[in-house]
Design a protein around this ligand. Structure first.
Ligand code: MG
Length: 162
């Protein structure tokens, strides 16, 4: 039986006026935030998808549809916590994650460590098993024009009882 598996996740949300900016469960001070049905935490959405993918459990759109009134302005930590519980019930635990946040603005250099610490806490992992990287869009494309933020995540999981 396979004892380790990987999953990949990706998400994009538009950057708009009048919304808070929440990345990896961390409130980030910025003039604009991300548009979405839930709190639009692009990092937690990509990570949740990576975990669902690793465990063969589909995707975040199936699990938490944006047509569901219960998820209006929802705290995306709920999606991650419930997904972790699903993985555990299916016999998996998270080993390591790596995340890239794509943002022209705000600059994330001073915030990456906070996001990393918070993700480690949410996942119940040592901070050394969580990595957070940030890239600008080099002023091209929707990221580079600061119209949107995106995130990619990979997750390694292993069998709890191999
Ligand atoms: Mg999303």
């Amino acid at each position: 039986m396979t004892t380790v598996r990987v999953g990949i996740g990706h998400d994009t949300h538009r950057l708009v006026e009048g919304r808070p900016l929440i990345l990896g469960g961390v409130r980030v001070a910025h003039a604009r935030g991300l548009a979405g049905h839930s709190d639009a935490d692009v990092v937690l959405h990509a990570l949740t998808d990576a975990l669902l993918g690793a465990a063969g459990l589909g995707d975040i759109g199936d699990a938490y549809p944006d047509t569901e009134p219960a998820w209006k302005d929802a705290d995306s930590r709920l999606f991650l916590r419930e997904t972790l519980a699903r993985l555990n019930r299916a016999g998996w635990r998270v080993v390591h994650i790596d995340v890239i946040i794509f943002a022209q603005e705000p600059k994330l250099g001073s915030i990456k460590a906070d996001i990393r610490t918070n993700l480690a806490q949410l996942l119940g992992l040592d901070v050394g098993c969580v990595n957070v990287k940030a890239k600008t869009g080099e002023h091209v494309g929707s990221i580079g024009r600061a119209e949107a933020l995106a995130c990619q995540a990979v997750a390694l999981i292993e069998r709890i009882n191999p």
